[in-house]
Design a protein around this ligand. Structure first.
Ligand code: SAJ
Length: 412
C-alpha cells in the first residue's frame, strides 16, 4: 500500500514511521523545505523515543521519502495543525482545506482520504467533503473519506499509535471500512467504525474531559489557598475513594490539544457549553494565580524559572503557560530561564539560573527537577525559596523554604 501523509509534525512523522515499518511505501509531505531536506538525511526535528531509528531505517530501505509535493498513492492522510480563531473560538480549517486542495491533482478513483487533524464537529461533512465533490468524486463510491483522530500522548507516541483503540469515522460506512483497512497495516488496538461527526466530537470531548477535570483541581487549589487547607492532601485523600480521580493543579494547561479542542465544541454551541467554557477560563487564569503568589513570596529581585515545556520530559513548549507567567513576571523581576529539554540561546544553565536568585519557580515536571542540587542552591541563594507549581519536589533540606499548591495559604 502506498501512503501519502501531508504534514510531518508531531503526529504525521510518527505515523509515517509506523506505516513504513509495516512495509508500506510512504511519502511524507511538508511545506518546510529545511525539514524535508533534513528528513531525507535522517535528521528529525521532534524529541520522541523510537522515531529517529525507524525513519533512518526506512530511508535506507526506501520505504520512506520526504517531499515538498504529494504523489499518487492509495491513501492520503492529512495531519496538519488546526488552531482556533481567537475572535469566536472556532476551528481554523485553513491548513486542512489547503492540504485537501493540494492532493486533488494526485487523487484517483478508489483512493482513501483520511483527516487526522483534530477538527470541530461537522467539519468533515460540511466543509471537507464538498472540496472533493466539487472535483467530481462521489464520496463512498469512488473516493473514501474519513475522519480518524489520533489519540496519543507525547513521549509515548509510537507505543500509543500502535496499541490505542482508534476511532474510524467514515462519511459513509464504506468509507469507514476503507479507512480501517489503512490503519489495519499497523494498529493493534480495536478499530471502532462510526460516522465522521461522532469521531470529531469524541476526539474533542476526550480532551475536554481532561481539561474540565484539571480545572476542578485548579479551582480546588484556589479554594484551599483562600480557606487554609492543604489542597494536595485533599486530592490524595479523596483519590483513595475507588471512584474518585481528582487531577493535579498546575500553572495552567498547555499543549496543542487540551488548550484548544474544548473551544471547538464551545464555538458550536456557545449558549449550552457552559462548563466547558468555564473550565477553559479557570485553567487560563492559573498563570495569574501563580504570578500573584510569586509576588507574595518576593516583592523584587531575581526569579530562576525551571522548565518551560508544557509537559515534563519533552521539549514541547506549544501553548505553554510558562511563557505567559514569564512575560508577566518580567515586568517586575529579573528572570533567568533554565530548561534542559529546550535549545534556546536565551536560556541558561541551572547554576547560572539560581545564582543570586531570590526565588526558584518550577513550572514543569521534568525528571531533572525532582531532585535539585540543593547544595548549589544553598551556596547560590542568600535565602533559598522554591515555589513548585507541579508538586514534583517532595522534600528539601530545612534551610530551604518550599511552597507548592499545598501551603499557599501561609502567604495570606
Ligand atoms: N495538566 C495539569 N494537571 C493534570 C494533568 C495535566 O495541569 O492533572 C496539564 C499539563 O501540565 C499540560 C496539560 O495539562 O500542560 C496537558 O497535558 P496532558 O498530558 O494532559 O495532555 P496532552 O495535551 O499532552 O495530550 C492530550 C491527551 N488527551 C487525553 O489525555 C485525554 C492525548 O491522549 C491526546 O492525544 C492529545 O491530548 C491530543 O493530541 O489531542
Amino acid at each position: 500500500m502506498k501512503i501519502c501523509i501531508i504534514g510531518q509534525g508531531y503526529i504525521g512523522l510518527p505515523t509515517a514511521a509506523l506505516f513504513s515499518r509495516s512495509h508500506c511505501e510512504v511519502v511524507g509531505v511538508d511545506i518546510s523545505e529545511e525539514m524535508i531536506n533534513n528528513l531525507n538525511k535522517g535528521i528529525i526535528h521532534i524529541e520522541e523515543p523510537g522515531i529517529a531509528n525507524i525513519i533512518k531505517n526506512a530511508i535506507e530501505n526506501k520505504t520512506y521519502t520526504a517531499s515538498l509535493t504529494p504523489q499518487k498513492a492509495d491513501a492520503f492522510i492529512i495531519t496538519v495543525p488546526t488552531p482556533y480563531i481567537a475572535e469566536n473560538y472556532s476551528c481554523d480549517l485553513s491548513y486542512v482545506i489547503t492540504a485537501c486542495e493540494g492532493i486533488l491533482p494526485y487523487l484517483e478513483k478508489g483512493n482513501t482520504v483520511i483527516i487526522e487533524s483534530t477538527i470541530a464537529p461537522m467539519s468533515t461533512d460540511e466543509t471537507i467533503k464538498p472540496i472533493f465533490e466539487k472535483a467530481g468524486f462521489k464520496i463512498g463510491e469512488d473516493l473514501y473519506l474519513a475522519h480518524c483522530p489520533e489519540r496519543v500522548l507525547p513521549g509515548r507516541i509510537i507505543e500509543e499509535l500502535i496499541h490505542n483503540d482508534r476511532i474510524i469515522g467514515g462519511v459513509t460506512p464504506e468509507c469507514a471500512k476503507k479507512a480501517s483497512e489503512v490503519y489495519g497495516q499497523f494498529v493493534e488496538g480495536e478499530l471502532m467504525l462510526t460516522e465522521a461527526k461522532t469521531a470529531e466530537l469524541s476526539k474533542c470531548m476526550e480532551n475536554t474531559f481532561r481539561d474540565v477535570n484539571i480545572a476542578l483541581a485548579n479551582e480546588l487549589a484556589k479554594i484551599c489557598a483562600e480557606i487554609g487547607v492543604n489542597a494536595l492532601d485533599v486530592i490524595e485523600m479523596a483519590n483513595k475513594h475507588p471512584r474518585v480521580n481528582l487531577h493535579s493543579p498546575g500553572p495552567g494547561v498547555g499543549g496543542h490539544c487540551l488548550a484548544i479542542d474544548p473551544y471547538f465544541i464551545y464555538a458550536k454551541a456557545p449558549e449550552t457549553a457552559k462548563i466547558i467554557k468555564l473550565a477553559r477560563d479557570t485553567n487560563k487564569s492559573m498563570p495569574d494565580f501563580v504570578c500573584n503568589n510569586a509576588e507574595k513570596i518576593i516583592s523584587e529581585g531575581k526569579i530562576a524559572v525551571l522548565g518551560v515545556s508544557y509537559k515534563g520530559n519533552t521539549g514541547d513548549d506549544r501553548e505553554s503557560p510558562a511563557y505567559e507567567i514569564i512575560a508577566k513576571l518580567s515586568q517586575n523581576y529579573e528572570i533567568a530561564i533554565h530548561d534542559p529539554h529546550i535549545d534556546n540561546p536565551n536560556f541558561v544553565s541551572f547554576d547560572d539560573a539560581v545564582k543570586d536568585a531570590n526565588l526558584i519557580l518550577v513550572l514543569c515536571d521534568h525528571d531533572e527537577f525532582k531532585h535539585l542540587d540543593y547544595e548549589s542552591i544553598k551556596n547560590s541563594m542568600e535565602n533559598p525559596i522554591i515555589f513548585d507549581t507541579k508538586n514534583i519536589i517532595k522534600e528539601v533540606p530545612e534551610e530551604i523554604k518550599l511552597f507548592n499548591f499545598g501551603n499557599l495559604y501561609e502567604l495570606n
